[in-house]
Design a protein around this ligand. Structure first.
Ligand SMILES: Nc1nc2c(ncn2[C@@H]2O[C@H](COP(=O)(O)OP(=O)(O)O)[C@@H](O)[C@H]2O)c(=O)[nH]1
Ligand SMILES: [Mg+2]
Length: 201
């Protein structure tokens, strides 16, 4: 008799079959803010995660909120427009955030990369964000001019600044959404850890 046929508790199987028919347990929801310069790919990545038609993407002038579904959680992501004129208002929308997604264009000009670095540093040090988990996506990796994730880590001086914080830096591009989803799973793990913290004390 093989192991699979050996069922000493058929009633247990029945119970499982019955209780699994109910509605799935509600998934936890987290409020996140998504920032990054215009053109870094915030709207495209979030739309892909929501399975929206990429042709409907328009430049984000104010902000937009999307409920992004994952297997174990729903992320309510507030994308803030990245234009020069809007960035100074980013911090007005930080309140209530439980985590941060920062998207950058790995193939952008030196000037834009420096601007992105300054914005990321401000976010990492902002009183309303500095204790939150960060997912930093080095997007546009499909382009030949893209800097590697190691180069970006060094250029952005993340090690000294973000030491002790929970952050994830991952290379990605629109054409590999599976990798993007994996990165979000890591972020969700950090968000869950955070939720458990008070009960551990
Ligand atoms: N080649 C390439 N293009 C991308 C990638 N991500 C976004 N884009 C393009 O970059 C442009 C700006 O993207 P968008 O999502 O509007 O950026 P946002 O301003 O940060 O919201 C669009 O034309 C996208 O198709 C990527 O990973 N690779
Ligand atoms: Mg946008």
């Amino acid at each position: 008799v093989g192991l699979g046929c050996n069922r000493p508790f058929p009633e247990r199987e029945c119970f499982k079959a019955l209780c699994c028919k109910g509605p799935p347990p509600p998934r936890p929801e987290y409020d996140l803010v998504c920032i990054g310069l215009t053109g870094s790919g915030k709207t495209s990545l979030l739309s892909q995660l929501c399975s929206e038609n990429p042709e409907n993407i328009v430049s984000t002038t104010g902000f937009s909120i999307k409920a992004v579904p994952f297997q174990n959680a729903v992320l309510n992501v507030k994308e803030l427009g990245g234009a020069d004129t809007i960035r100074k208002y980013w911090s007005r929308y930080y309140q209530g955030s439980q985590g941060v997604i920062f998207v950058l264009d790995s193939a952008s000009s030196e000037d834009d990369l420096e601007t992105a670095r300054n914005e990321l540093h401000s976010a990492l040090q902002h009183p309303q964000l500095c204790t939150l988990p960060f997912l930093i996506l080095a997007n546009h990796q499909d382009k030949p001019a893209a800097r590697s994730v190691q180069e970006i880590k060094k250029y952005f001086e993340l090690e000294p600044l973000a030491r002790g914080k929970r952050w994830i830096l991952k290379p990605c591009s629109l054409d590999d959404m599976e990798a993007v989803k994996d990165s979000f799973t890591l972020l969700i793990n950090l968000l869950e850890e955070r939720e458990l913290e008070p009960s551990r004390m």
